[in-house]
Write a protein that binds this ligand. Sequence first.
Ligand code: NAP
Length: 345
Amino acid sequence: MSSQHPSLKADNTLGLEVHTQKRIVAETPAAILAAWQASQQDQTPFLVLGEGSNVLFLDDFAGTVVLNRIKGITIQDEYESWKLHVGAGENWHELVKSTLEKGIAGLENLALIPGMTGSAPIQNIGAYGVELKDVCEYVDVLNLHSGETERLDREACEFGYRDSIFKHRYQSGYVIVAVGLCLPKQWQPVLTYGDLKTLNPAIASAWDVYHAVCQMRQSKLPDPKVTGNVGSFFKNPVVTQAQCSALLARFPAMPHYLMPEGETKLAAGWLIDQCQLKGYRIGGAAVHQQQALVLINADHALPADIVALARAVRARVGEKFDVWLEPEVRFIQAQGECNAVEVIA
Ligand code: NAP
């Protein structure tokens, strides 16, 4: 595609130089609907993005990219909780900070997660022991076929570990336009992860947690404004107890966490690090030096560089541990989203 077509470089946090046929900034559900109807008319692919912080473009996009910029935050002060209705195009971290500034606690563990609020439910963003599902009351979606807005309550969103209905049944034909959050006034800090364990639960404030989370993230994770990345590139693998025990017999120091469902979560970053892959580079793509779970655009990476690197990482971890990593990031080819595992298998 020629460079006369709009660039998506600023619209994907990996900073890949890819183009699209049409790029539309939508501030209302009606604008999203109109863009979709036009793409249906032309029979061209259609993709909605927030800040592009969880996508890997494999190629130029052969259709319309809509940037969801629906704004607006309303806050209801209820007896036991704060209820927030947040437009999908509100920046997530700004939301976290602005709630704390208003004296509303509950989102502090989720500070500095890149992306828009409307993207948060898709992978049920989570960090330092809190997931979106813990605070989400509902998600409003625009049904592109009916033109109506529908409300899905938390249960209907089918939230799972980095997963939701928006990656499956509601992946196409629906666009998230707003998210409803419920933050109880009876606040308890969640201090189960990393350096947060050093805070005293009796006196730690939400701001203390926020600053500790920001400090931990900034020390390990590259700032996408400086170095292109999409956060964790792979999901943490979930294995059976039997698989975990067999691995522990060979690698006694392996971090592992029991999940509520009885399975065990492994730390993908640790597995990658054990393969001595920190700093490993293919073309312009590299495994981040401080956090092996993050693949970076080190120097004018091409989509093919990132794919080759992801494939190499998956193969090395698979060969050593017989655990086969799956991307957390969504892979987008010219015609739309494709199966990320198939691309790197
Ligand atoms: P870390 O502290 O080095 O820990 C490595 C992994 O072990 C994490 O992914 C985490 O799983 C798991 N873990 C650590 N302590 C745990 C505990 N007490 N209970 C259960 N699981 C535990 O992780 P990190 O890379 O610095 O990341 C810190 C947090 O930020 C994690 O929650 C991580 O998911 C989140 N984060 C997410 C992204 C993203 O793009 N999705 C990027 C950076 C960081 P979980 O991932 O399940 O929490």
